[in-house]
Ligand binder design. Sequence first.
Ligand SMILES: [Zn+2]
Length: 386
Amino acid sequence: MTLQRPETIDPAPLIAGIRDWVAIETPSERPDLIDRLLDLVEAGFEGLPVERTRFPATERGGQLLLRYAPPGCEGAPITVMGHVDTVWAVGTLARRPMEERDGRLHGPGVFDMKAGSYLGAETLRRIAAEGLVPPRPLQVLLTGDEEIGSHASRPLIERLATDSALVLIPEPSFGPDIAVVTARKGWGRFEMRAHGRAAHAGGNLFDGRSAIREIARQILDIEALTDRDGGLSFNVGVVSGGTRPNVVPAEAEALIDMRAATVADAEAAAAAMLARAPFDPDIRLEVTGGVDRPPYERTEAVARLYGAAKTLAASLGMGLGETARGGVSDGNIAASMGAPVLDGLGCGGAGAHAEDEHIDLATVAPRAALMRAMMLSPDFLADAVG
Ligand SMILES: [Zn+2]
């Protein structure tokens, strides 16, 4: 049968596959290990009519693009994007071994997001192995630098998103109803430097211009721009400056993190940040930075895609909640290219970037069923993009 209800999917081999991925530790800073995992993935496609394009690891890690476009399917593809890097250093597994207990699989990187990325690749593999013809070409992109900003993979993510009918992101899902994600805040970062004038704190204090004082006033002013209800926020996370207690500080610096719910807010706030004037006219203020990942907004196209997925899930006997998140993903980048994006399609669980990271094993088969159906159902495609 083309589509499979979750109760007809045996989760055991899927869980074994997820364990194989978690067993290879892949911190973003180790492209050699990311390559080892991508080698393992590629090996699984040996002999199948799936085009494999390997973008070699640099100091930031490589990427693997899988593409299945058998005769009979054409048009803009459906693209799944997942990362295989984790925030966990080599040795974490030795300290905190993978473990199944109470219906959960614990392990570094399992929730964020090896389980989801695995389901994307494995679903594609099974569809190709069964010789099924999907309504559109299917692509799965696996990247190795998401946790450090997706700098190496970004051009590829942008190009694929531009060319795709829709983009599916199997990042972790949340809550008891394993909600998908239909909006993420955008993220910007700025470096602010104040250049004042040094002077002796005793001898000629009033000739000095304190860069620290300027930065302090800026911090209070910037953080006051935070609009909790509107989703715009600023956090000055690092400050530095000065040399000695008896010297008026000539230099000081602040690193600022900005989050915004809408593209319009992000752009306006970034422009204002870059144009900030010093409180003290004798001080020179320098601001660099900008919006790194634009907000992923719940646009009409996203709402339509979610509605189509919800209908599809219902036809397989599943509910499908939705939620908005503050943290960014590669979905933000894909959405900024105009692609309809549905995020949070990974397994349910908890503890991303935390010691108790785990997935709920009961969510593996439902998520596999949904991924397969989204790749294969012509009705879903028609509902989602027309
Ligand atoms: Zn992630």
